[in-house]
Structure formats: structure tokens, C-alpha cells
Design a binder for this molecule. Structure first.
Ligand SMILES: NC(=O)c1ccc[n+]([C@@H]2O[C@H](COP(=O)([O-])OP(=O)(O)OC[C@H]3O[C@@H](n4cnc5c(N)ncnc54)[C@H](OP(=O)(O)O)[C@@H]3O)[C@@H](O)[C@H]2O)c1
Length: 214
């Protein structure tokens, strides 16, 4: 059972379709169940929980009960300009995961988000403060999640994928863990994150992803 946060998003919708197609079960917390239904269709193995991560009445203990993997593909650029909504939710979720013995957590961040105590190249800083300056709040939120996981979550098997997504559209190839990133499609990022969440060697890493050379 995968708990997917951000299931109706650019990456999340592909992720959900892929894991369902492989016969897994999915629990999705979504603001709009109708939107998710249009994107991925009905499926007996898909359990939809209507709700927002900003709703403090969401019972995170119930949400993680029976879950094997938690996957976050959350993002709300506007809300993240003024508040670290992902970090606040992850800080509620992690204690619930501990209480229920759920250990593996994949969090998809962005290639322009700096890992805790890590560095961004001058090229990436340049892009972040020019072309991507509208996403500053999202990067800061993703960075706060990475800091929290690295400083307070090391009893869990957390994995951060710092994706470099540029567009929707067809697959452009196979992404691999890397020190540099490719501008990828949502479907390729979803496929890669799916592989990554199963990869023991990725635990407690915050890597980028890059297309394998053919
Ligand atoms: N898009 C890019 O080009 C890009 C590039 C690099 C990295 N990333 C990273 O990848 C991650 C996912 O990005 P994405 O572009 O795939 O996502 P996205 O298309 O922006 O979708 C975000 C998802 O989060 C959900 N969400 C937002 N606020 C929520 C809330 N309060 N409660 C519940 N769900 C909420 C959205 O639900 P609704 O459908 O209801 O809005 C949607 O399902 C982010 O961390 C982002 O930084 C994205």
C-alpha cells in the first residue's frame, strides 16, 4: 500500500497510475477526488481520502495505518510563498509513521532546492534566482523538509528525489540517480521516483536525476 500525497499533480497522477497498474494499492489524500478520478479513473485498489494537508483535523495516524510506503509529490506554489505547508504536514506525518511502523518515505523536491548541508552549483543558483524566482517559497519549503528529515528523521528510511521537471508529454528516456539533473517529463520523474522508493541504496540521499545516455 502506497500513501500518495499530491496524487492529482503533474508527477503524482503518473505515479498513481503506474503503481496501480503493477497491482499495488494506493491511498490518496486529495483536495479534489473528482479531479483525481478524471486523471486516473476508478480502481478498486485506489482508496481516496478527501482533504487538505493544511487541515489540522486530518488524522495522520489513520492516514498511515496499513501503509508500506509514503510518497509525497506535493506542491502549491502560491501557498508556499507565505507558509511552509509541506514541512508542517511532514512534521505531523513522521511521528504517525513511527507510531505505526511505517519506515519508508519518498519526498519529491526540486533540483533547485539545496539539500541540508549540501550545495547548489553556481549555475543552479543562477537559475533559481532568475528563471525560477517565482518558486522561491517552494524551494524553501522543500529545503525545510530536507533539513527536518536529515536532523530529526534518520530513524526512518527517507529518500529525497530532487527532480528537474520541465514539461508534461511523452517519456524522453530513463532517469538515473545523478549529481546533475536533466529537464525531464512528469511521467519519467514518476517512473524514476517509483524505482527510487524501492531502492535501499537511495535511503537518506537527496540526489538529482539525469537521463541515462543511450
Ligand atoms: N513542476 C515542475 O516543473 C517541478 C520541477 C522540479 C521539481 N518539482 C517538485 O516536484 C514536486 C511535485 O511537483 P509537481 O509539479 O509534480 O506537482 P503539481 O503538479 O504542482 O501538483 C501538486 C500536487 O500537490 C497537491 N496539493 C497541493 N496543496 C495541497 C494541499 N493543501 N492538500 C493536499 N494536496 C495538495 C495538488 O493538489 P491539487 O490537484 O488539488 O492542486 C497536486 O496534487 C514538488 O516538490 C516540486 O517542487 C516540480
Amino acid at each position: 500500500m502506497f500513501l500518495v500525497l499530491g496524487a492529482s499533480g503533474g508527477t503524482g497522477r503518473h505515479f498513481v497510475s503506474q503503481v496501480l497498474a503493477d497491482g499495488h494499492r494506493v491511498r490518496a489524500l486529495v483536495r479534489s477526488p473528482e479531479k483525481l478520478a478524471k486523471l486516473v479513473g476508478d480502481n478498486q485498489r485506489l482508496e481516496v481520502w478527501p482533504g487538505s494537508i493544511t487541515d489540522e483535523t486530518i488524522d495522520t495516524d489513520k492516514l498511515v495505518t496499513g501503509v508500506d510506503y509514503v510518497v509525497s509529490m506535493l506542491g502549491d506554489v502560491n501557498a508556499q510563498r507565505s507558509a511552509k505547508i509541506n514541512t508542517a504536514f511532514v512534521k505531523r506525518l513522521v511521528p504517525s509513521m513511527r507510531r505505526h511502523g511505517v519506515r519508508r518515505f519518498l519526498y519529491q523536491a526540486g533540483g533547485l532546492s539545496r539539500p541540508y548541508q549540501g550545495q547548489l552549483s553556481s549555475l543552479l543558483w543562477g537559475i533559481r534566482y532568475t528563471l525560477a524566482r517565482g518558486y522561491a517559497g517552494q524551494h524553501e519549503d522543500n529545503e525545510a523538509v530536507m533539513e527536518y528529515l536529515a536532523t530529526e528523521g534518520n530513524d526512518l528510511e527517507w529518500i529525497v528525489h530532487r527532480a528537474g521537471i520541465g514539461s508534461d508529454g511523452a517519456s524522453k528516456g530513463v532517469l538515473e540517480r545523478s549529481k546533475s539533473f536533466s529537464v525531464a517529463t512528469f511521467v519519467d520523474c514518476a517512473t524514476y521516483s517509483y524505482r527510487l522508493v524501492m531502492d535501499d541504496s537511495a535511503v537518506r540521499t537527496c540526489s538529482l536525476s539525469c537521463y541515462a545516455s543511450s
